[in-house]
Design a binder for this molecule. Structure first.
Ligand SMILES: *[C@@H]1O[C@H](CO)[C@@H](O)[C@H](O)[C@H]1NC(C)=O
Ligand SMILES: *[C@@H]1O[C@H](CO)[C@@H](O)[C@H](O)[C@H]1NC(C)=O
Ligand SMILES: *[C@@H]1O[C@H](CO)[C@@H](O)[C@H](O)[C@H]1NC(C)=O
Ligand SMILES: *[C@@H]1O[C@H](CO)[C@@H](O)[C@H](O)[C@H]1NC(C)=O
Ligand SMILES: *[C@@H]1O[C@H](CO)[C@@H](O)[C@H](O)[C@H]1NC(C)=O
Ligand SMILES: *[C@@H]1O[C@H](CO)[C@@H](O)[C@H](O)[C@H]1NC(C)=O
Ligand SMILES: *[C@@H]1O[C@H](CO)[C@@H](O)[C@H](O)[C@H]1NC(C)=O
Ligand SMILES: *[C@@H]1O[C@H](CO)[C@@H](O)[C@H](O)[C@H]1NC(C)=O
Ligand SMILES: CC(=O)N[C@H]1CO[C@H](CO)[C@@H](O)[C@@H]1O
Ligand SMILES: CC(=O)N[C@H]1CO[C@H](CO)[C@@H](O)[C@@H]1O
Length: 472
C-alpha cells in the first residue's frame, strides 16, 4: 500500500514535472503537445485497466473550447498552480478534440481533471451517464463484464448472496429458488427434495419414500414393512396386521396369502400357518385350527377331510390316523372309526376297509381282526353265524359252509361229494316215460273211437228241411 501510494505520488510528480517542463518549453501554446505525449498516453491506458490508480492530471485549458470551462470561476484556468479547477472539474474529460464530454453509461470518473473515463468493474454497473462512481450490484444480481450498464438478475435456481457479485451460484442440493434475482435459496420443505444443484423448485418425494426434515437432497425409501401410497410425505406408514411389504420403497402393503398370517404391524413377511391350522382369507392376522375330521400340513388356506380309512378325533390334526385292526371308516372326514360288523374283519392298522369272512369262515363278533375257520364236525352257514353241528349221515370237514352227506339216495352213486344218477335211474326213468306214453295213446284212441260211432249212426237221419231227433 505504501509502495502504491509512493508510486502514485511519484507518477504525479513526474507528470507534473513533465507538464511544467512542457509548458515552460512552449509558452503560450495549447497543451495538446503533452496530451499526445507517448509516456502519458501509455500510463492512461494502464490506468483504465487497473482503476482507480489515476494520476491527477492538471490540464492547461487555455485556448481549449471547453464546455466545462464555465465550471471554473470566471478567469480561472486549470493549471499546475490551481489543479483543482481543471477542465471537466466534475465529470467527463477533455476529449482529444478539446470537447469535454460526460462519461458514458458503464463508465465513471471520480476525479477531476481527468482525460479518460474508467470502466465500471465487474460486480458493479454504471447505469447513468456522468457517474462519479459505479453502483454495486445488489444481492441477487451480478455483472460479469467491465463497463456493465446494468446488473443482471440471477436466474431462478441460482442466487448471489452479496453485493458486487460477478456471478450467481446455483442453489445447493436440497435447496430451491423459484424466483429470479434472489440473494439465497430456500431449503426444500419436508416431503420434498432437490437432488440437483440449481433447482428452481423442489420435487415431491415419490410414493414409497419420504423426507422428514428440510433441505433434503434425496428422499429416503420406506423400509421393509412400511409403505407410503402418496407423494410428498414426511413419513412412511406401518403395514397393518395381516399385511406386509417385503421390499424397501413400497407404495402399498400386500395382504398375506391364504395359509399365512401376520399378527403385528410393520411386517416384512407373513408367517406360515403351522400344521393343523389354516387361514382361509387373504390378509389374515391369525390361523384357525382344523376341525375334527380334517387335517392340514401347514401353509394352506383350507383343511383337508380325512381320507377313507383314516380319522382325526380332535382339533388341529397335522395328519389323520389309520383305523386300527377291526375298525374302519367308509366316509371322508371321519372323527372316529367304526367296528367291522359281524362276519367282517380287518387284520391290521391301515386305511383298508373291513372285508367279509370267506365261505367256511366266520366271525360272530364285531370289531375283530380275524375270521375263524369252521372246525371239523361243524358247518358254518353264514359268515356271522355260529358254527352248527354236522347232521347225522353228513360229513363236515374243516371250513364247511354246509354238511356233506355220506350216502346217496337209491338209483344214485356217490362220486366225490356229489351223488350222480346210475343206469338204473335212467332205465327207470325210461320205463316211466314209456308207460306214460302208452296211457296217453290209449286215451287218445278211445276218444277217436267214440267220435266215429256217433258220426256213423247219425248220418242217414240227416234230411234237408226235416228236424233231426237226436238219440232216436
Ligand atoms: C457472463 O454471463 C453470461 C450469462 O449470464 C455468460 O454467457 C457470459 O459468458 C459471461 N461472461 C463472462 C466474461 O464471464
Ligand atoms: C455467501 O456465500 C458464500 C459462499 O456461498 C459464503 O461463504 C458466505 O458466507 C455467504 N455470505 C452471506 C452473507 O451469506
Ligand atoms: C464493491 O465494490 C466497490 C468498488 O467497486 C467497493 O468499494 C465496495 O466496497 C464493494 N462492496 C463489497 C460489498 O464488496
Ligand atoms: C434425481 O431424481 C430423479 C427422480 O427421482 C432421478 O431420475 C435422477 O436420476 C436423480 N438424479 C440424481 C443426480 O440423483
Ligand atoms: C442422492 O442419490 C444419488 C443417486 O441416487 C446419489 O448419487 C447421491 O450421492 C445422493 N445424494 C445424497 C446427498 O445422498
Ligand atoms: C391391507 O392391505 C389391503 C390392500 O393393500 C387393504 O385393503 C387393507 O385395508 C389392509 N389391511 C390392514 C389391516 O391395514
Ligand atoms: C397396529 O397399528 C394400529 C394403528 O396404529 C393399532 O391400532 C394397532 O393396535 C397396532 N397393532 C399392533 C399389533 O400393534
Ligand atoms: C373335537 O374333539 C375334541 C377332543 O376329542 C372334543 O373335545 C371336541 O368337542 C370335538 N369338537 C367337535 C366340534 O366335535
Ligand atoms: C501556466 C501556463 O503554462 N499557462 C499557459 C497556458 O496556455 C496559454 C496559451 O497557450 C499560455 O499563454 C499560458 O502561459
Ligand atoms: C417444495 C419447496 O420446498 N419449495 C420451496 C422452493 O422455494 C420457495 C421459495 O422460492 C419456497 O417457498 C418453497 O417452499
Amino acid at each position: 500500500m505504501a509502495l502504491q501510494v509512493f508510486h502514485t505520488r511519484f507518477s504525479e510528480q513526474l507528470l507534473l514535472l513533465l507538464v511544467i517542463t512542457s509548458c515552460l518549453a512552449s509558452v503560450g501554446t495549447v497543451s495538446e503537445t503533452y496530451l499526445t505525449g507517448s509516456t502519458y498516453v501509455q500510463n492512461i491506458e494502464e490506468d483504465t485497466v487497473t482503476p482507480p490508480i489515476t494520476p491527477v492530471v492538471v490540464v492547461n485549458c487555455t485556448g481549449v473550447t471547453d464546455k466545462c470551462q464555465s465550471q471554473c470561476s470566471p478567469g480561472e484556468r486549470a493549471n499546475q498552480v490551481n489543479p483543482l479547477c481543471a477542465c471537466c472539474a466534475k465529470e467527463g474529460y477533455c476529449h482529444k478534440e478539446n470537447e469535454c464530454v460526460t462519461c458514458e453509461k458503464g463508465t465513471y470518473q471520480p476525479n477531476q481533471g481527468q482525460i479518460h473515463c474508467l470502466l465500471c468493474p465487474p460486480g458493479t454497473k454504471g447505469d447513468q451517464a456522468g457517474d462519479t462512481k459505479c453502483t454495486d450490484c445488489p444481492a441477487g444480481h451480478y455483472s460479469n463484464q467491465s463497463g456493465s450498464t446494468e446488473c443482471k438478475e440471477c436466474k431462478a435456481g441460482s442466487f448471489a448472496n452479496s453485493t458486487n457479485s460477478t456471478f450467481c451460484e446455483k442453489c445447493q442440493l436440497g435447496f430451491n429458488q423459484s424466483k429470479p434475482g434472489q440473494g439465497k435459496c430456500l431449503p426444500c420443505e419436508a416431503g420434498y427434495y432437490a437432488n440437483l444443484t440449481g433447482s428452481a423448485e423442489c420435487k415431491e418425494c415419490e410414493a414409497g419414500s419420504f423426507s422428514s426434515g428440510e433441505g433434503t437432497a434425496n428422499c429416503t425409501l420406506c423400509k421393509k414393512g412400511w409403505y407410503q401410497p402418496k407423494k410428498g410425505q414426511k413419513a412412511c406408514l406401518e403395514c397393518r396386521e395381516g399385511n406386509y411389504s417385503s421390499s424397501k420403497g413400497s407404495s402399498e402393503c400386500k395382504e398375506c396369502e391364504p395359509g399365512y398370517f401376520s399378527n403385528k404391524n410393520g411386517s416384512s413377511s407373513c408367517t406360515k400357518c403351522k400344521a393343523g391350522t389354516k387361514s382361509v382369507a387373504r390378509g389374515s392376522t391369525s390361523c384357525e385350527p382344523c376341525h375334527n375330521g380334517t387335517y392340514s400340513t401347514g401353509g394352506t388356506g383350507y383343511c383337508t377331510l380325512c381320507p377313507l380309512g383314516t380319522f382325526c378325533d380332535r382339533e388341529e390334526c397335522e395328519i389323520c390316523t389309520d383305523c386300527p385292526g377291526g375298525y374302519e371308516t367308509r366316509i371322508y372326514g371321519a372323527t372316529k372309526c367304526t367296528e367291522c360288523s359281524r362276519g367282517w374283519v380287518k387284520e391290521t392298522t391301515s386305511p383298508d376297509l373291513c372285508h367279509p369272512c370267506g365261505t367256511g369262515w366266520y366271525q360272530t363278533q364285531a370289531g375283530q381282526t380275524n375270521c375263524i375257520e369252521c372246525k371239523e364236525g361243524f358247518f358254518c352257514p353264514c359268515n356271522y353265524c355260529h358254527p352248527e353241528l354236522c347232521p347225522e349221515g353228513a360229513s363236515c370237514p374243516p371250513g364247511s359252509s354246509a354238511p356233506v352227506y355220506k350216502h346217496c339216495p337209491k338209483l344214485f352213486d356217490k362220486q366225490g361229494d356229489d351223488c350222480i344218477p346210475t343206469i338204473g335211474f335212467y332205465l327207470t326213468l325210461t320205463g316211466v316215460v314209456i308207460i306214460i306214453a302208452a296211457l296217453v295213446a290209449i286215451v287218445i284212441r278211445r276218444r277217436r273211437e267214440r267220435a266215429s260211432i256217433y258220426s256213423a249212426d247219425l248220418t242217414p237221419l240227416r234230411r234237408e228241411g226235416q228236424p233231426v231227433y237226436q238219440g232216436l
